[in-house]
Write a protein that binds this ligand. Structure first.
Ligand SMILES: *[C@@H]1O[C@H](CO)[C@@H](O)[C@H](O)[C@H]1NC(C)=O
Ligand SMILES: *[C@@H]1O[C@H](CO)[C@@H](O)[C@H](O)[C@H]1NC(C)=O
Ligand SMILES: *[C@@H]1O[C@H](CO)[C@@H](O)[C@H](O)[C@H]1NC(C)=O
Ligand SMILES: *[C@@H]1O[C@H](CO)[C@@H](O)[C@H](O)[C@H]1NC(C)=O
Length: 393
């Protein structure tokens, strides 16, 4: 039974928990694996002695199984049984105060808020509660003050990996379970993620890919590279999306900003691929028209040329061979000049039709420019929004 002389006396259990390792955080299952070391102090009113009567012995160790030990569980505990290592002995002082410690690889559940991932700060509760004892018979208290626990935890922290222990507070209270109230002691652990890896590995590539996509507007459509380039950028972004899928849980409330960022970047690049398809289509339409009109022009010129010499033949009465191979010496000065003028005119016409863009081509250029401006503005606005969301804490 509970070691008190008067049964209404409340046994006060002083608890101290030191966190000395954060082994891993699983965002998918929302658990934190840690190493904790907890010490319990309480008083056994029956086990007291006077040192001077017993050769000055002022400490005793008694097997745990022979004594009453407060039953304690951790509410958020999700670890396998068998990961607790308890001190097999309980240390006893002459005034009846005793203490025991245990160390444990504790996996506790914690509801993460990943909205600001990877710049997030998580507050997790580790609640110590007695399973059977009432709040009137057993009360938990924190033995050390908050600063001490923080300092101890920081001092003993062996491994913390990706996370940084920012703060550790405790709160005494009780929970109601049916008719009974159970005393609780809640340690509120504040963990901050070290975001650097994600910044290097994820955010910077994403932004760079977006900038590349933006830059691809300056690749000329005629080179034929543009389209392939854009699709490659799209594929790279989808690889990043796959990585993200492995990290984040699929909670629908409070979708992390980074998921929005990815979706938006993906959409932007997708739109720009569509746009470049449209532009290249318009260019092709134009090129076909060009070819047709050029063919018409060639045809007309050909007609003219074949008609010209014939008329001349009829007038002058002697046969002329093909103009280009006509020996210049046999032509008069006026004829020669006319010939040169004709050639120059034809050449100019040809060059003009090539330089002047067709209607479709002009529309495509306008679409391209408008889209580029829109894209750039969206990009700037979006980056600003993301930065503001991430920075304000
Ligand atoms: C312990 O025993 C000594 C000697 O018998 C006595 O003087 C002293 O008062 C005792 N102390 C207590 C706390 O009873
Ligand atoms: C009992 O003795 C220990 C060690 O001498 C001391 O730390 C503790 O405060 C004492 N407890 C009480 C209730 O006097
Ligand atoms: C953690 O404990 C505090 C105090 O009991 C409570 O207000 C808070 O809601 C708890 N947080 C979670 C995530 O359970
Ligand atoms: C438990 O706590 C609540 C709130 O403090 C209180 O109203 C209630 O009477 C308590 N129940 C018992 C059995 O002590």
């Amino acid at each position: 039974m509970r070691p008190v002389k008067n049964w209404t006396t409340t046994t006060v259990v002083d608890l101290a928990m030191v966190l000395y390792g954060i082994l891993g955080v699983d965002e998918k299952s929302q658990t934190v694996t840690s190493h904790i070391w907890s010490t319990m102090y309480w008083t056994n009113e029956f086990l007291t002695w006077n040192c001077s009567n017993f050769c000055g012995i002022n400490e005793l160790s008694i097997p745990r199984s022979k004594l009453w030990i407060p039953d304690i569980t951790i509410e958020q505990d999700a670890s396998d049984s068998g990961s607790i290592l308890e001190d097999p002995w309980v240390n006893l002082n002459p005034n009846g105060s005793m203490f025991t410690f245990s160390r444990q690889k504790l996996t506790f559940t914690c509801r993460f808020n990943l909205y600001k991932f990877p710049f997030d700060v998580q507050r997790c509760n580790i609640t110590f509660v007695s399973m059977s004892a009432d709040v009137n018979t057993l009360v938990f208290r924190s033995v050390k003050d908050y600063l001490n626990l923080m300092v101890l935890s920081k001092q003993y922290m062996v491994t913390q990996g990706e996370w940084d222990l920012r703060d550790m507070e405790f709160l005494q209270g009780h929970i109601t379970n049916g008719e009974r109230n159970h005393s609780t002691l809640v340690y509120i652990v504040t963990l901050q993620r070290k975001p650097f890896l994600y910044v290097i590995n994820f955010i910077i590539p994403l932004v760079y890919l977006l900038v590349l996509d933006l830059a691809s507007f300056f690749i000329s459509v005629d080179s034929g590279e543009k389209f392939g380039f854009k699709v490659t950028v799209l594929l790279s972004i989808s690889v990043l999306l796959l990585i993200l899928k492995d990290i984040l849980p699929s909670t629908e409330v409070d979708l992390p900003i980074i998921a929005n960022l990815c979706a938006a970047v993906f959409t932007l690049v997708w739109l720009s691929v569509l746009e470049s398809i449209l532009v290249s289509f318009l260019f092709n339409v134009d090129r076909c028209c060009d070819k047709q009109s050029k063919m018409c022009a060639e045809g007309k010129r050909f007609m003219k040329r074949t008609k010209g010499p014939k008329e001349a033949n009829e007038e002058t009465g002697h046969v002329k061979p093909e103009q280009r191979i006509f020996p210049l010496g046999q032509l008069g000065d006026v004829d020669l000049l006319k010939l040169i003028l004709d050639e120059v005119k034809a050449a100019r016409q040809e060059a003009g039709s090539q330089r002047k863009p067709g209607c479709c081509r002009r529309v495509a250029k306008i679409i391209d420019n408008l889209f580029f401006v829109g894209y750039l503005l969206t990009f700037v606005a979006f980056v600003t929004y993301i930065c503001v969301e991430w920075i304000e804490f």
